[in-house]
Design a protein around this ligand. Structure first.
Ligand SMILES: Cc1cc2nc3c(=O)[nH]c(=O)nc-3n(C[C@H](O)[C@H](O)[C@H](O)COP(=O)(O)OP(=O)(O)OC[C@H]3O[C@@H](n4cnc5c(N)ncnc54)[C@H](O)[C@@H]3O)c2cc1C
Length: 351
């Protein structure tokens, strides 16, 4: 089997690249190589631990604003057309800030979010200075990546290989490989050939709870904390409560003092959690693959031997936004190799 396109990594970032390429007819030319695949759980595999939702937690730079907009529009369409199978849902959302957020960010969001409204100060929690409401996307993260995994194999003919690569160069081990996408998340810090010192984990602890009465997404952005409540689609009333943003912390352990703080903060923010009551089912911890200066989406060239250079597209460092920004990042990554893709055959039926 030839391998013209290799994607290293099967988190949401690698799966999003595979999806965009498969939609353009490249499915049978794609091989995803990953140590962890959807359905696995490991502290070295972030995607199953995400909340997840679309929110204003992302940065305010031009890339982040563009990726968010593209991701929102794509996922809203997916929720309308395949929400049940994909385990994603349109959900009313309320976000509050302890300090005024950037004007650029709010202006950008107000331009495309459905049902966007700025809230009156009397309608926002005490201590907050600003609040908005809109229709967001909530995602059952572990089930959504399993949906993409099935879709890519069954409908688009994408191959998946479970393997831990010893270096990024090893992605080019098949002579037919023309492009490698590096979607290794936290792996980028130590993987030989990448070794990005700007990469670091941001630990988060979350609680999986049962609270079927909660049907809205609520977030409070503090100076040094994030508190959030995310109803999980297609889960019989599960709700994710969070959270923490601990820069540079890499333990996968969970801590009871953090669980207590999460319960205290979320029930203060949304007292409906306590009526008629909620059940805490489990605590999890995950490591957001973060990067100084933001995510790296960049085409580079890598020397493979004296005669051969490989085209390597980096796509990692999504931090706390891989689900909402992943499709926008994937679009930039794919556009960066448009010229090379033209030399790879496509399925005519998808054109
Ligand atoms: C608590 C928490 C809450 C979050 N909430 C949200 C949210 O609400 N919304 C949102 O958008 N995002 C959220 N995120 C962030 C989101 O989960 C991440 O941005 C996203 O999962 C990163 O995906 P990734 O594909 O880059 O990394 P990963 O999911 O970690 O995938 C990396 C892949 O690379 C593979 N890999 C690495 N090294 C190698 C190697 N040497 N050889 C082979 N394979 C390798 C791994 O096996 C894996 O398949 C949250 C994260 C956490 C922890």
């Amino acid at each position: 089997m030839s391998r013209p396109i290799v994607i290293v990594g099967a988190g949401v970032i690698g799966l999003d690249v595979a999806l965009l390429l498969a939609e353009q007819g490249y499915g049978p030319s794609i091989t995803v190589i990953a140590e962890h695949l959807p359905g696995d759980t490991s502290i070295n595999y972030t995607s199953p631990w995400a909340g997840a939702n679309f929110s204003a937690i992302s940065g305010g730079d031009a890339n982040a604003l563009r990726w968010d907009k593209y991701g929102y529009q794509h996922m809203m369409k997916l929720a309308e057309e395949h929400g049940t199978e994909a385990c994603i849902s349109k959900t009313p959302s309320f976000e509050y800030w302890d300090e005024l957020p950037s004007k650029t960010k709010i202006e950008s969001m107000s331009g495309y979010l459905e049902d966007f409204a700025m809230l009156d100060i009397k309608d926002i929690p005490k201590g907050c200075q600003f609040g908005v409401s809109f229709t967001t996307i909530t995602v059952n993260a572990p089930r959504y990546i399993q949906y993409l995994y099935r879709l890519l194999q069954e409908q688009y003919g994408v191959q998946f290989v479970r393997q831990r690569l010893p270096s990024i160069k090893a992605g080019f081990s098949d002579i037919s490989t023309k492009i490698v996408f590096n979607c290794t998340g936290n792996g980028a810090r130590h993987l030989p050939g990448v070794e990005d010192a700007k990469s670091y984990p941001t630990r988060g602890q979350i609680l999986l709870t049962k609270a079927p009465q909660i049907t809205k997404n609520v977030m409070r952005h503090g100076k040094d904390y994030e508190t959030y409540i995310i109803p999980r689609p297609q889960s019989n009333g599960s709700v994710i409560l969070g959270g923490y943003m601990q820069k540079g912390v890499s333990t996968g352990d969970t801590f009871s003092r953090e669980s207590e703080s999460i319960v205290e903060r979320t029930t203060t923010l949304l007292p409906e959690l306590l009526t008629p009551g909620m059940e805490v089912l489990a605590a999890f911890s995950g490591l957001r693959p973060s990067r100084e200066g933001g995510a790296r989406v960049e085409r580079t060239s890598i020397q493979l031997d004296e005669l051969r250079n490989g085209i390597l597209v980096h796509n990692y460092g999504a931090g706390g936004t891989g689900f909402q920004a992943g499709l926008g990042m994937a679009r930039d990554a794919v556009n960066a190799v448009e010229d090379v893709l033209r030399s790879i055959s496509r399925e005519k039926s998808r054109l």
